[in-house]
Design a protein around this ligand. Structure first.
Ligand code: 5GP
Length: 125
């Protein structure tokens, strides 16, 4: 089973209300909240409420309703925080697994904005 979900991960605890969060959006299938250790002036995490480990897990197994709700919510947040005003833009990141350096094994998109993000990646080795 490539997508074993650990329901003790920190975002599962946030979804169960066991850990507080700074909520930005809360819909039927999606929760968005501020990152506890922001890497940019705006750093918001958008997560599905269902038990999905990675973006590919979500894309392969979530319902149409979950997928639509997730992306519509993310889109509204980007508009609400105004990060695309004057074409300044933002960066979306989804880390997965060991090579992707995913800290929390519950699928999340990072929305980062409010400063130039720099190069996407540097090739090493
Ligand atoms: P990842 O490396 O898995 O893509 O990113 C996980 C993110 O979750 C990190 O940016 C980290 O700062 C954030 N994070 C970890 N624990 C908590 C927490 O308890 N609350 C919030 N709001 N963010 C967290």
């Amino acid at each position: 089973m490539p997508y074993a979900y650990d329901d003790q991960n920190i975002f599962a605890k946030i979804l169960r209300g066991e850990i507080p969060n700074s909520t930005v959006a809360d819909t039927e299938h999606t929760l968005a909240f501020r990152d506890i250790a922001p890497k940019a002036p705006e750093h918001i995490l958008v997560i599905p409420k269902g038990p999905y480990v990675t973006a590919d897990h979500f894309a392969n197994e979530a319902s149409e309703a979950e997928i639509a709700d997730f992306w519509r919510t993310l889109g509204k947040i980007v508009i609400e925080i105004g990060v695309d005003e004057e074409g300044k833009g933002h960066r979306l990141i989804a880390n997965a697994g060991v090579d992707g350096v995913q800290e929390v094994p519950h699928f999340h998109m990072h929305i980062l904005a409010g400063r130039p993000m720099g190069p996407m990646l540097l090739m090493r080795d």
